[in-house]
Design a protein around this ligand. Structure first.
Ligand code: CO
Length: 208
């Protein structure tokens, strides 16, 4: 896509939106009341709003390489804080995808410079679930499973935050782990049983 194209596409988008609803821009500029926070991968093929059919104003979005929520990352932590405490979203979606280049890179041993500390968070996920992953003989299956386990661990990282824990007590804000399959186009809920996953760790992470 050429840069010039962006502006003609934008004009076309304005025309379409106004044809559907003449008040579209008036509503858009007045306020935002998203009910969902979406944390996903920066991958150009995993288009957050488009694949979910979400309209402007409906989803608060944060994307980075491999949909990570490291507790020292000021960017994702600020997004969670704002979405949960100020916008008061009801749902937090962590969405990963099969074929994720970030997860793949973490399975290799190459030195990737500035990406090393970022990808090390995924290597930690591998270490946490080493036994389960090593038992999967087929490499592509193991890769798919690591994508899923990384989503699960990033959901747990959301739950570890004080912002989320407070919102959970107040209004039962919920976390959902999802995976997007590039081959089928399907968005799948991993149906992670957080009560079970958290049973043993909450005594460590609970913040009162
Ligand atoms: Co990715």
């Amino acid at each position: 896509m050429k840069i010039k194209q962006l502006f003609s596409n934008n004009q076309e988008w304005i025309n379409t939106k106004l044809k559907q609803d003449p008040d579209f821009l008036k509503k858009l500029s007045s306020d935002q009341k998203p009910t969902i926070l979406y944390i996903g991968c920066s991958d150009s093929r995993v288009t957050a709003e488009e694949l979910m059919g979400a309209q402007p104003g409906e989803v608060f979005v944060h994307r980075n390489i491999a949909n990570m929520v490291p507790n020292t990352d000021l960017s994702s932590m600020s997004v969670i804080n704002y979405a949960v405490s100020i916008l008061k979203v009801q749902h937090i979606v962590v969405c990963g995808h099969y074929g994720c280049g970030g997860v793949k890179a973490a399975m290799d041993s190459s030195d990737l410079g500035i990406l090393n500390p970022w990808l090390r968070n995924i290597r930690d996920v591998y270490r946490l679930h080493r036994e389960q992953l090593m038992a999967i003989e087929d490499e592509s299956e193991r890769y798919r499973r690591l994508v899923e386990l990384n989503i699960q661990e990033q959901c747990i990282n959301v739950i570890k935050t004080a912002d989320y824990q407070k919102a959970y007590k107040d209004r039962k804000a919920s976390v959902h782990g999802m995976v997007f399959d590039l081959e089928t186009g399907k968005l799948k809920d991993l149906k992670i049983d957080f009560d079970k996953e958290l049973e043993q760790i909450m005594e460590i992470y609970t913040l009162d």
